[in-house]
Design a protein around this ligand. Structure first.
Ligand SMILES: Cc1cc2nc3c(=O)[nH]c(=O)nc-3n(C[C@H](O)[C@H](O)[C@H](O)COP(=O)(O)O)c2cc1C
Length: 202
């Protein structure tokens, strides 16, 4: 077994109950295989979003993606913050995600961020099915990104996402991030977030 395969195996969720294999296997890597994501696969990812549910079928999600080597890719890297700047450059695709703030009839769409998340959830599972990882990032100067990409004010940038096939070498990361890549994944237990019959904050 190769080292990247070993890392993938060790990152499989140690779930308390049985869940869909793709959900167990998904995680957010900081290393990626050095391979272009095919046009066909990119279309399949966006098609998964296309068929996601959204409030009133408003489909408020928008995406701006860039291939490694392009000027747009460098602009996204330049707007990442903190550790994201150190590892996201391993991804063959970087993407900005945004939502349209108002509904088509001009009212504030309170559920737009929810629906962008629905779309990204669908995209993430579709990606997993194709051996593609998506690492979502809030660590982004979204105001500056909005400005330099001339994104109209009717839209709000939510996140950046690093996208690429699972793989890559651990050595591509600085040491402090290598340990994060292989550390035990943590989750709160279900009784801390799923309440039956009455709210239960302890
Ligand atoms: C909206 C959102 C923002 C995130 N922002 C960052 C980020 O800026 N940098 C980062 O390394 N990971 C980021 N993550 C990844 C989370 O840290 C990760 O999903 C979480 O720790 C659980 O790990 P897992 O995805 O490997 O299961 C983000 C995830 C989401 C959904």
């Amino acid at each position: 077994m190769t080292v990247p395969e070993q890392i993938q195996l060790e990152n499989i969720a140690d779930s308390d109950y049985e869940i869909f294999a793709l959900l167990k296997q998904r995680y957010s890597p900081r290393i990626f295989k050095d391979k272009k994501v095919t046009e066909q696969h990119l279309h399949q990812l966006f098609e998964a979003v296309r068929w996601a549910p959204s409030s009133n079928n408003e489909q408020p999600w928008r995406f701006l993606y860039a291939e490694k080597g392009s000027e747009a890719y460098e602009k996204i890297i330049a707007n990442l913050t903190g550790n994201n700047k150190l590892w996201a450059k391993n991804a063959p695709i970087l993407m900005l995600t945004a939502y349209k703030k108002d509904t088509d009839n001009g009212n504030e769409n309170f559920h737009a961020l929810h629906d962008l998340g629905m779309g990204l959830g669908a995209m993430t599972v579709q990606a997993q099915y194709m051996g593609i990882a998506m690492h979502h990032m809030a660590g982004l100067d979204h105001k500056n990104a909005q400005r330099i990409f001339n994104i109209p004010k009717e839209y709000h940038i939510a996140t950046a996402v690093a996208i690429g096939y699972y793989g890559g070498e651990l050595e591509e990361l600085p040491e402090k991030l290598q340990s994060k890549e292989i550390s035990q994944r943590q989750r709160m237990p279900q009784n801390q977030f799923a309440f039956k019959h009455s709210w239960n904050t302890q």
